[in-house]
Design a binder for this molecule. Structure first.
Ligand code: PSV
Ligand code: MN
Length: 413
């Protein structure tokens, strides 16, 4: 059976023109899929939970080696997750001292360290803030952690230091917002000064949580300002879960692309707040629209945009959820690649609203799963990675091997 028949069903012979366009479509689809890679987070394999408690999984990773092992498995199954994001205090408690261990794990498991995530939310002294704490001494220690994170990243050959700042306040009048802006600008400038020529500082924003009155980097405008102030190698990181419910995220993305400030994404989905749900599970159309904006910017822009997953599943199996997420990302990326942008442009110019919208949503509704399957087959990857994961017995094996380390289930609500 020919490829075009797999994609579009059997056709009568003699439809040469259509076949030609089918093969052009296949080229386009394969090119799009070849250009898509996404980073997976080490914390996606560990036991995490809500503030009400954790439901522990026997197969969850509790060591760095187990996280690399799981990440390697996801990469083997999907072929598009060659890097693993690391969180400094969770994964690298000895800082640069852990670099040799990471190097060894990289070659053993076939994935390399990706973005380095400083952790400014765990130490007790950061109760009232880290880089924005009114205490100069605490701010200094927070900056020192940022500088250590840059060192770690350089040692591991990681391009991106990805900062999420948990700072903020809970009650009006209890903090001086303006002073905190100044401290933050200073801290990010100091961090930026330490970057190597190939490195970048990504600044993530979040409107609330853990603080509920104000957060010091609450939205993309604040993040863009801080990144521009920090220096030329700083960019904004968009976590899709960090927006108010009605916000038009693709418009934010368009602005960041336009101003050259888009550094990357943390992908996940949300219904109410920062829910960390599977990419595209609630609103796949939104991810499609974001991908469309990125693809409009052309291939060159892509190298400057880090695609990362930021999900940590408490109920779904961690391995399954990660593989499912990667596939969902590929499907939506491919759908966005099938928007006929050459045809769309004149429709937009003419303000032919219905035709433009039909073209756009037509691409969204197209079932691209057969194309993705074919791409996987051609690239020597499992056609159905979730099924292959299930057949492999990997999750059962790690559940037996790691289950003995299970702590008793506790709830601290
Ligand atoms: C915070 O909600 C966040 O999105 C940041 O990116 C953290 O690094 C990550 O989640 C894990 O806590
Ligand atoms: Mn995030």
């Amino acid at each position: 059976m020919q490829v075009h028949q797999i994609f579009f069903g059997l056709k009568s012979t003699g439809e040469a023109e259509e076949m030609q366009s089918d093969s052009a479509l296949q080229d386009l689809a394969f090119e799009a899929l070849d250009s898509f890679q996404i980073e997976i987070p080490s914390w996606g394999f560990a036991n995490t939970g809500t503030r009400f408690g954790k439901f522990l999984q026997p197969g969850a990773a509790s060591t760095l080696e187990e996280k690399f092992c799981d990440a390697g498995q996801v990469h083997k199954l999907t072929g598009v997750t060659p890097t693993l994001a690391l969180h400094v205090l969770w994964d690298l408690p000895n800082g640069v001292g852990d670099a040799a261990t990471v190097r060894a794990l990289e070659s053993q498991y076939g994935v390399v360290a990706g973005s380095i995530n400083p952790n400014l939310f765990q130490d007790q002294e950061f109760k009232f803030g880290s880089l924005c704490n009114p205490s100069a001494g605490i701010r200094e220690r927070a900056v020192a952690h940022m500088l250590d994170s840059v060192d770690i990243a350089r040692k591991l050959g990681s391009r991106d230091i990805s900062l999420w700042l948990p700072d903020g306040s809970n009650y009006p009048g209890t903090q001086n917002i303006r002073k905190r802006i100044g401290w933050l600008e200073e801290a990010l400038q100091q961090t930026h000064a330490k970057l190597g020529p190939e490195q970048r500082l990504l600044v993530e924003y979040k409107p609330f949580e853990p603080a509920f009155y104000h957060t010091d980097i609450a939205d993309w405008g604040m993040a863009a300002h801080l990144a521009a102030k920090a220096g030329p190698q700083a960019r904004v990181l968009v976590d899709t879960g960090h927006h108010y419910a009605a916000q038009n995220i693709e418009q934010i993305v368009a602005w960041l692309l336009h101003t050259g400030m888009l550094g990357g994404f943390h992908f996940n989905d949300r219904r109410y707040a920062d829910d960390d749900l599977t990419l595209g599970s609630i609103d796949p159309y939104q991810i499609f629209r974001i991908f469309h904006e990125i693809q409009l910017s052309g291939k060159d822009a892509l190298g400057q945009i880090a695609f990362m997953i930021d999900q940590s599943h408490n109920l779904k199996g961690k391995m399954e959820a990660m593989v499912q997420t990667v596939a969902a990302g590929q499907e939506l990326w491919l759908k966005a690649a099938l928007v006929d942008r050459e045809a769309l442009d004149p429709l937009q110019e003419k303000c032919d609203l219905v035709a433009a919208e039909e073209l756009f949503r037509g691409a969204f509704w197209r079932d691209v799963r057969p194309m993705l399957k074919e791409w996987r087959r051609m690239r020597g990857l499992p056609e159905d990675p979730l099924a292959t994961l299930a057949e492999s017995g990997y999750v059962q094996r790690i559940s037996v091997e790691r289950g003995s380390k299970l702590a008793p289930v506790t709830s601290y609500a």
